[in-house]
Structures are given as structure tokens and as C-alpha cells.
Design a protein around this ligand. Structure first.
Ligand code: FDP
Length: 343
């Protein structure tokens, strides 16, 4: 798949935007700055194993710098880089309860950035891939006061103008879409550039992998249990049982299934009455990945309908997530919405 290796991400974004006569360059600017932030985060994630040597959170390391938790650090890097570029009216982060305003010394723009600065962060100290997830929306009204911008931010995912993620793993990879296919770039550390490595990614229509935290089985309802039982039941004709793969880091699980085919699930469960919709967040996790997967020919559902159609009511609302190969997700939806019984 490594065609036209050598195309930089900047060139690729410019080429894509050139095809849109209405493009002003604002959007290119946002993506460009986000990429710089991700490079900085990537560098620090690579040093994560040195934390015990250089000092742990809250302490002073040997360079006399205060050591921050990596997810807090990643959040700060993104906010600081993005707030001054003059293209955003506000931001929403998984790490921050309220909307993030643009400081008065910087101009405001017409775009909204929502992001999870370091998804899968419980995996940092065991050297498992983690990532940054982002979605970009355009502001529709004239409002600029942060106290009245929430309704602008709470747009359904279908309104995203771009979405994607960075994975900090064995290599650092960026996958993004602006509504014109899904493209992947690998960071060449010696050059400091993201180069095209996965052009026009298409997810297989049906996969062989199911990814779910099965220890939640006792907390699932009967429909969810029969769905998971279905994937594990032997049936040669439909290619079952599926194989199980669950890293526990959403970006890593999603990325593998995007390239190989399969379904990632974080269903609703009864584990915590305060989180009846499961663990994952609609705006900073489910929506961006849903745009990516749909652009790659896949599908994302909450078990009843498309993730991208959900009207958010809260910046941090959670949502059950079934995402991946279209046929597998449609099948999951049929189980969960009771259009299908048993196997
Ligand atoms: P983490 O808590 O490590 O940040 O939404 C966060 C997330 O990881 C996802 O990346 C991951 O898929 C999920 O939680 C894992 O949750 P479980 O531990 O409940 O399986």
C-alpha cells in the first residue's frame, strides 16, 4: 500500500484543499499546528519509560524541570499550540470539564477543535500504543463569547469537517480524513516528517476479529451477551469463531481493525450506575473515529443507529460504541436493537 512514499503530510493536505475552491487555508493551518503538537507529544511518549530514572510525577527531574503526567502534558501542548493560530473559536478536551476559550490576546476563528490528548493513558507505563484523537467542526453562528458557544460545539458527528488520530506506537502514525477518503502517514523520526504510508485506506467489509473487554460480561444485558457469544460460536459458513484481540487502548484497537477488518465494541453495561452508556466519550472518541471508519467504508453505531447522527447534549457524554467493518457492525446493531434473536 506504500505508494508515492515521500509525499509529506503538509503536501497531502495542501493537495486535498486545492481541490476545494472555497478553501481559505484556515483549515490547513489547524491541521499543520496539530501535527506539530503531535510530534512534541510523540517525543515525550518515547521517553515515558525513563520516568522512573528521571523522576516521577510531581517531582523535579534531573534537568530541574517539573515532570508532568503525560496526559496533562499532552493536553497542555495541544492547547498552547492551537490557541494562538487565530483559526479556532474554542476547544473541547477530554481532560478539561468546560470548553477551553481562546485567550483575549489572540484572534478567534471559525473552527472548533475537540480532542482526547492521550487516549489509552493507563497503558503508558507498560509500553503499549496510545494516541491522540481529534475532530474539527465549523462554527455556524456569529457568537464568539465562550459562555454561549456550547451549542455550537454540540454538533452531531456528521458535521465534522475533519477527524483523525495519532498513534504513538512502534512508529508514530497519523490517520486523517477531510471527507475525501482516509490516509495514513508514518513519522520518519530522523527527518521529523510524516510521510504517506497508507493511501486511501479501505476497511474490509467483514472481518475476523472482535475486540471487547470481555470481563464486563457479567454486567452486560442478554442482547449484548448473545452478540459476543455469536462471535465465539463455531460456524464454518459465516467464518466463526472470530478471533479476539483487545489491547485496551482505543486507538490501537481501532487502527488494527481498520487495517485488518473486524469490530471494536464498548457496549453499555451495568458496572457503574453513573455510566450506563459504557465508558467511551461521544465527542472526543466515538465521533472522530466514526468519521474515519465511514470514510474508509466501515460503520459506527451505538447499537441502534449511526454514531454520527447522535445529537450531543453534553461535551463529555458517553456512548456505547460498535465500530469497524460494515457487515459486522450492522450485525451487532441487529442484535442490540433486537432485530435479530440468537445465532
Ligand atoms: P484508558 O482508560 O486507558 O484511557 O477511553 C479510555 C480507554 O483507555 C480507551 O482507550 C480504551 O479502549 C478503554 O478506555 C479501555 O477500557 P477498559 O479498561 O474498561 O477495557
Amino acid at each position: 500500500m506504500a505508494k508515492r512514499l515521500g509525499t509529506t503530510i503538509t503536501q497531502h493536505i495542501l493537495n486535498q484543499q486545492r481541490e476545494k475552491p472555497e478553501a481559505t487555508g484556515a483549515f490547513t493551518h489547524i491541521l499543520y499546528e496539530l501535527i506539530v503538537a503531535a510530534k512534541v507529544i510523540s517525543k515525550d511518549v518515547n521517553k515515558a519509560g525513563l520516568v522512573d530514572i528521571l523522576g516521577s510525577t510531581g517531582e523535579i527531574n534531573i534537568q530541574d524541570e517539573a515532570v508532568q503526567k503525560l496526559d496533562v502534558f499532552a493536553n497542555r501542548i495541544i492547547v498552547e499550540r492551537m490557541q494562538h493560530i487565530g483559526q479556532l473559536c474554542c476547544m473541547g478536551s477530554e481532560e478539561i470539564a468546560d470548553l477551553i476559550d481562546i485567550p483575549p490576546q489572540y484572534p478567534k476563528g471559525n473552527y472548533i477543535l475537540v480532542f482526547d490528548p492521550l487516549d489509552g493513558s493507563s497503558n503508558i507505563d507498560v509500553n503499549i500504543s496510545i494516541g491522540t484523537i481529534f475532530g474539527i467542526y465549523k462554527k455556524v453562528g456569529d457568537e464568539t463569547d465562550i459562555n454561549f458557544l456550547l451549542h455550537e460545539v454540540l454538533q452531531p458527528g456528521i458535521k465534522q469537517v475533519a477527524a483523525g488520530y495519532f498513534i504513538y506506537g512502534s512508529s508514530t502514525i497519523m490517520v486523517y480524513t477531510t471527507g475525501n477518503g482516509v490516509h495514513g502517514f508514518t513519522l520518519f523520526p530522523s527527518v521529523g516528517e510524516f510521510l504517506l504510508s497508507h493511501e486511501d485506506i479501505r476497511i474490509p467489509e467483514k472481518g475476523k476479529i472482535y475486540s471487547v473487554n470481555e470481563s464486563n460480561y457479567p454486567y452486560w444485558d442478554e442482547k449484548t451477551r448473545s452478540l459476543i457469544d455469536y462471535f465465539k460460536t463455531k460456524d464454518k459458513k459465516s467464518g466463526r469463531p472470530y478471533t479476539a484481540r483487545y489491547v485496551g487502548s482505543l486507538v490501537a484497537d481501532f487502527h488494527r481493525n481498520l487495517l485488518k477488518g473486524g469490530i471494536f465494541m464498548y457496549p453499555a453495561d451495568l458496572k457503574d450506575p453513573k455510566k450506563p452508556s459504557g465508558k467511551l466519550r461521544l465527542m472526543v472518541e466515538a465521533n472522530p473515529l466514526a468519521m474515519v471508519v465511514e470514510q474508509a467504508g466501515g460503520y459506527a453505531s451505538d447499537g441502534h443507529g449511526p454514531i454520527l447522527d447522535i445529537q450531543p447534549t453534553d461535551l463529555h457524554q458517553r456512548v456505547p460504541l460498535y465500530i469497524g467493518s460494515r457487515k459486522d457492525v450492522e450485525l451487532a446493531e441487529a442484535f442490540i436493537s433486537e432485530k435479530r434473536q440468537g445465532n
